[in-house]
Design a protein around this ligand. Sequence first.
Ligand code: FE2
Length: 296
Amino acid sequence: MSDRPLLPPMAFITPEEIRKFHKDGFLVLEEFFSSDECDAMRAQIQRIIAGMDVPLSCRTEFSTKQEEQLQAQGSAEYFLTSGDQIRFFFEKGDFLIPKEKSINKIGHALHAYDPIFKKITHAPKVQALARKIGFQDPVVVQSMYIFKQPGIGGEVTPHQDATFLHTEPLGRVVGLWIALENATQDNGCLWFIPCSHTSGVTRRMVRAPPGTIPCTQFVGSEQVYDDSLFLPAPVGKGGLILIHGQVVHKSEPNRSERSRHVYTFHLMEAKETVWSKENWLQPTSRLPFPPLYTEN
Ligand code: FE2
């Protein structure tokens, strides 16, 4: 049993848990959201999928080199301009199964444009959590709904989120990862190397020059991590995992018959922080990064 007191959500996190987060670089908070809140997000995503409109280039395998090049350009554009949109991304090559079974994730602005996800993102308990970890002026930089489909949800290799979401200085980005159904070792829960968030990043993903395929490239290389250093972080439905931007984490393929749906978003402490202009994700005039501390 956790020693977290059964208090209203505003008082839900203990000083000991805050210390643990800063020490380990991640923290599992069971039952942060209710089962009803999780079901509301899942039902909303089903409505979004029912109405989704996906460019053919993202759902078709082409045979000639020229067609492949056109597809790559279309996909790159679709990804690079998804920061202020609700867009759909699929498992590689799984074009023969129904789209609702092969969808990998929806990104990257559910938090801004969908009323259910906006409400969850700005929930008073989320704002209180951000305050507790010391954020003074947090903004929401992106959000994703991840499906980890049964049997085909692929592995996510070891990485640090700051590789993709770089700031000056480092240490200003935190991920909130909400399990919408039980996440276990069987269906692909997260794994972490505790205390791995204190020594910078060795790899960055940056935008390639306009028109280049692929549209992003890596500078530096990911370290090789000893597999035995990773600890699994299973969490029940409604649980939230706080992820420091530099902590090393991964997930295994989903080899089970159960999905592992997750809603996740990233916050950045905007005070005295510079968002890298080289990040693939950029605020736009349509969607500047919205402040977290607002009502919705
Ligand atoms: Fe990550």
